[in-house]
Design a binder for this molecule. Sequence first.
Ligand code: SAM
Length: 243
Amino acid sequence: MNRERLKTGLEMMGIEADQTALERFEAFHAILDEYNAKMDLTAVLSEDERVDRHDLDSASPLRLGLIAHGARVIDVGTGAGFPGMPLLILRPDIRMTFLDALNKRILFLRDALTRLGLEAGTVHARAEDAARTGAHREQYDVAVSRAVASAATLQELTLPFVKTGGVSIAWKGPGVSQELTAARRAAFVLGGTVRGVADAPVPRREEWAHVLLLTDKTGATPKIYPRKAGTPGRKPLGENERG
Ligand code: SAM
């Protein structure tokens, strides 16, 4: 791993990383390489690109002070641990839960957490199913999700996990403006209110124009949501209506 690039990138974002955090990033990259050599876990990137695209991009809510000390956070569709693992490495006070529908990714994360000496929950399930259980429904201060679905679909995959007063944070690109109307409508149905879009530039990659879509949980999600697994993706709330 290019430790200097990570360190300077975090500094440019105003995020502190102690020696333990930098060592854990290094170890996590090594575990990712080990797994990627035997299975198709995540796209193989150059060292610099992995630091920028995965570690720095994942850290952006910390720059904006969006996650309180000790917050319960769920990473919906975490894949190989993004954005959840960089957030947890930088902020071990966070009570993190990683959720993904693919078991090989959850098994990888369990092994990585043990080897990094970090504690977190791991859930192998579809978001639509987990959000209907008492253990997860409206239990989290924050839901994070990156590269999982359209903004409207994401509202249904994330807001049911969030307590009233909490927030859903979705990583998006410059095209988010096309998705906002549907995302606002979907949020309204699910007990959420879109707060807005915050710029989340990655140092030295400002041309990516990454943003975070922030949706506040302003009331309880009606019991009928989320709909059956697959339906939020096939028929996103808010996308079929006109006006
Ligand atoms: N968030 C990671 C990242 O940014 O690198 C992974 C992104 S990957 C493109 C999408 C992940 O979301 C996959 O691991 C997939 O299994 C998971 N996923 C998609 N829909 C899901 C759902 N309804 N419930 C749980 N996981 C889901």
